[in-house]
Ligand binder design. Sequence first.
Ligand code: ADP
Ligand code: MG
Ligand code: MG
Length: 966
Amino acid sequence: MAEALPAGKGSRSTANTICRYRPWFCIVVAALASATWEDILTQQITHSELEKAVQQSPRKWVYLFSEGNAKMRDLLGGKGAGVAEMTNAGLPVPPGFTITTEACNAYYEAGKRFPQGMWEQTLAALKIVEQQTGKGFGKRDNPLLVSVRSGAKFSMPGMMDTVLNLGINDETVKGLVALTGDERFAYDAYRRFIQMFSKIVLDTDPKDFEQVLDHYKEHAGVKTDAEIPAAELKKLVVEFKQIAERQSGEPFPTDVYQQLHKAIEAVFSSWNNKRAIDYRNFNKIDHKLGTAVNVQSMVFGNMGNDSGTGVAFTRDPGTGEKQLYGEYLLNAQGEDVVAGIRTPSKISRLQEDLPQVYQQFQQIAHRLEQHYRDMQDLEFTVEKGRLYMLQTRSGKRSAQAGIKVLVDMVAEGLITEQEAVKRADTTQVYQLLLPRFDENEKKLAASEGRLLAKGLNASPGAASGKAVFDADRAEEMGKAGIPVVLVRPETSPDDVHGMLVARGILTARGGATSHAAVVARGLGLPCVAGCEGIRVSEAEHLFRVVGSDFVLREGDDISIDGATGEVFAGIIKTVEADYEKETELKKLLGWADQHRRLGVWANADYPRDAKRAVTFGAEGIGLCRTEHMFMEQERLPIVQKMILAKSQEERQEALDQLLPFQRSDFKGIFEAMVNPKTGEGYPVVIRLIDPPLHEFLPSYEELLVDVTRLETSGENAEELQEKRKLLDEVGSMREMNPMLGLRGCRLGLLFPEINIMQTRAILEAALEVAKEGKKIHPKIMIPLVGHVNELKEVRRQLEAVAKEITSEGNAEVAYKFGTMIELPRAALTADQIAPVAEFFSFGTNDLTQTTFGFSRDDAEGKFLLKYVDGLTEPGIEGKVKILPVNPFQTLDRDGVGQLVRMAVEKGRQANPHLELGICGEHGGDPDSVEFFHMVGLDYVSCSPYRVPVARLAAAQAALTTSERDK
Ligand code: ADP
Ligand code: MG
Ligand code: MG
């Protein structure tokens, strides 16, 4: 008895161990005092036994696969819900059960102890699996082996831990030999188990095992693990156990229940390992969700050449093409494919290797896709010609594939247009329009011999930067703002922190479903994988190009094209994406336009930006900043003269010189915003000068250095005098808090000539364009108004100019007059301001600054990002988060949002015709767009590249909020 059920720890008695890991044994023992252990082991535990265990617990912690379904992702995790759904659909899934995410959370709440009743339910469920498989856990005859798999609500590929072949020990391995007649297989399974269990559960260093394994391969004169003879494997197992014992300080657990207990604990713990936390932080996944644990009977892909294991997508995750896409390895187990240890075969080859299996797999793939109405990512294993499904989940895909799959599925009648709009990923829409490598530059680079190699096009996009060969270094450099491309032999979950900051990823080994590829696609990072033309030396921090002398070292420039798999030395120039050619995206956005209420305008300062915005679908310019026009080289000296003018005449003279420049700028913008076919123009909101004037002057500090230098050298007296004068003038304009200083409408009130010149330029430009028969709608916007009197006075100035122009040109120009709402006082007194304005535009950047009292220029660098990332406090586990998100990126609904809502309500009440928009950076942020939709703004205005995102986000807001109201 003691032999069959050995104690886990030397000091603890056998009975104690049994009771710890098998309390139901003890309960049954008490009931059947006369029964032997063998009797008890053969007790039939049925479904009612599980029900009983549940009744005796505060909650149901364990669900058989047959008890779950796809809707239970919160409770069972994605993997658990997926296998449950497949089980119930009658697909071949090895039997098993899921321990809930609630159990994981209860485990943490109880100070890392299993919640009451969970272990009993686990054992009852395990009994049922024994019945279903006809095998016995820990039994020498026909032993049941299981996998213990993590699985959270949202897939976190490779982030948490899975143990395979659990239930193997010196006894059961003999049963496995007897059953299969394959000693090599049985001991290979055993050594894999020890290796995996040690790494994941006992937390030992995997390197020691790999070294010994390599040593055995060398000794046996073979290349792969699969070729090591059985006799050698037996010795290897003994040695592996010794390593595990030496490293962990306790005997390797031979009690299968103890193995199970520890493995479940390890999966719970893996929820809070560093890489999982990093991944969740980056992907904004809630840390409180917890992971489920799936315990599933094992099937074996390593039982010969009629066995194998693989992963496949129902469509190409890079392009979206409708065809099976994936890889498999014959005679291999579990993670061999994903780990990139051997380079696997393309899934289409399975047609030749195992034609019947391929056909069945194809049918299942199709069925699952129809069932889930989404592209699926599948894991399967073939045991002696029989196919088993191990996982299904919606597949991660590139931006291009993401959009194409949706549009195709609408055409196939699988989903509706509305659903496609709701499901589309705003981040992917943004990525799709990002720059790509210039084809000519690529050709040039190739002709110069800079095309080094070609790997798999694992995740599209263009990335250039400094090559870096380890994740820590990449993190360091990336955080310092240096663009890096992470180059690795292959990646593992330990590299994720480096991948997060990299521009792109290059690996020498591993397929299109390797860790690097999957993570990169999820992050939207360009990735070239399995680039066998390079040999990476981690130790030397370089790679060599096969068949040439070329060596690329750490810090050298490198460019990778994730869409083609090409790897270049040096930097390659990028070009704009061609929106006109993105037919699928255009179709999707066309559907979005039918559902949105919000208008989408763009912020554009130059005709070029305005034109791009129109191509991307902008319906107006919500913010044209006039100060950028002042910064241009030929104008800046005139602007400086204007600022430093000693008299009004001097200032006027400079302004007179600026007028024609401004007029032609505005004309350009107006013309860009006229539809050439209809002559109809979109609205253009032009904001009068906003920033503090010293932004146009040389820096005070630099001038000070110059003056000091000239003083000590005593060389150029004339220059010194000039610089001193300038230093004085610039000094006199310095402010302690320029963001709260002489800027915005305050400038035009103190120097009315500036407002007059700008208004004249705008209206004259408008008249000129109107004379060409084009209909244009200029709107003049006043920044930083806090008191209605400021706006009243500016309005008076403007009306006077308009009158002048009308009488000069004998033509009237229609324009609208409005203000930004970007100070809390303006929002609070919106009812007083609204009668003086025809429109409001919320300047949410300044409004966020002034509501929080954060200076944006300093806050992000000094403390804000730490507020969002979390602070480390002594004595507190984890990080203390002060803010959920950066309020400059996503509008703070509770604070800033309340001011917006108030201004909307008060403003509309006082002036029913008031037009309302927003032109801060939040106009392109999907979450903020939803808020703007809800408070009833008329339009959002964002940077041209974000216009497609805003169109989609506005439609999603309309669709989801109308659903919520139902
Ligand atoms: P991950 O979340 O990292 O993909 P999984 O739990 O899916 O981890 O397990 C990794 C691999 O282990 C799977 O792809 C599968 O090939 C293998 N595996 C898991 N459970 C079983 C099982 N019951 N039988 C055979 N192989 C399994
Ligand atoms: Mg998996
Ligand atoms: Mg502002």
